[in-house]
Design a protein around this ligand. Structure first.
Ligand SMILES: Cc1cc2nc3c(=O)[nH]c(=O)nc-3n(C[C@H](O)[C@H](O)[C@H](O)COP(=O)(O)O)c2cc1C
Length: 201
């Protein structure tokens, strides 16, 4: 065996990937996760694959007072930009209060490069790989996490809230929390075989 090659316990890897779940704010305890643990999660994000060494992810980490201010700004943006007949008080309150049940909310941002050979689709794909790294790390730590693209995520004005420039875009928010209650069961509509076509001759 080549000693320079690292091998991992496949059973453990399968378990980690298959047991990763989106866990939502109703189960969050509001307890703080130590910064060192959040740093490990962010460092693992940085090891995502990316085409052309663009490393097109950018994370804005909100916690404490910063998180309170962000949640209020997001809710206010929803109120300001939603016509009165479409405005839902319940949604406003969720934008205002759900982040505060978390320990950290990490804005998932695309920081697109200028290499014309790398289409934006690939840059977005690389950011999604980084988020998966974060989610798997959170799962290994016994933490709740989910990717939210709700509220005003895709509105141009979200750039102002997050201080993003021309080449940067908000792709959502990664909620991170301690949680109580059972880990939700996973559901998939069909078996994996229905999404796979083998071409063998
Ligand atoms: C790009 C992206 C955006 C998502 N946005 C939301 C969202 O806005 N609200 C939500 O409840 N879940 C959101 N999710 C999480 C999905 O609901 C969740 O992944 C799905 O239900 C499968 O559950 P699992 O993650 O536990 O396997 C998002 C997931 C992805 C990948």
């Amino acid at each position: 065996m080549d000693e320079s090659q690292v091998h991992f316990d496949l059973h453990w890897v399968n378990q980690l990937i298959r047991s990763r779940r989106s866990i939502f704010p109703r189960q969050y305890t509001g307890e703080k996760i130590p910064r060192e643990d959040v740093e490990i999660i962010l460092e693992n994000a940085h090891w995502a694959p990316n085409h052309g060494k663009t490393e097109p992810w950018l994370f804005k980490v909100f916690t404490g007072k910063g998180l309170e201010e962000f949640a209020q700004k997001h809710a206010d943006l929803y109120r300001e930009l939603t016509p009165p007949d479409k405005f839902l008080e319940n949604k406003y309150q969720k934008l205002q209060l759900n982040p505060l049940k978390s320990s950290h909310v990490i804005a998932i941002c695309l920081n697109a490069g200028t290499n014309p050979k790398i289409p934006e689709m690939e840059e977005v794909a690389a950011v999604a790989c980084a988020v998966q790294n974060m989610h798997l790390t959170a799962t290994a730590m016994g933490l709740a996490a989910y990717w939210s693209s709700g509220g005003m995520t895709y509105h141009a004005r979200m750039k102002d809230v997050l201080g993003l420039d021309e080449n940067q875009k908000c792709l959502g928010f990664f909620y991170l929390a301690k949680y109580e209650g059972p880990t939700p069961e996973g559901h998939r509509k069909d078996s994996w075989e229905t999404k796979v076509e083998w071409i063998e001759s």
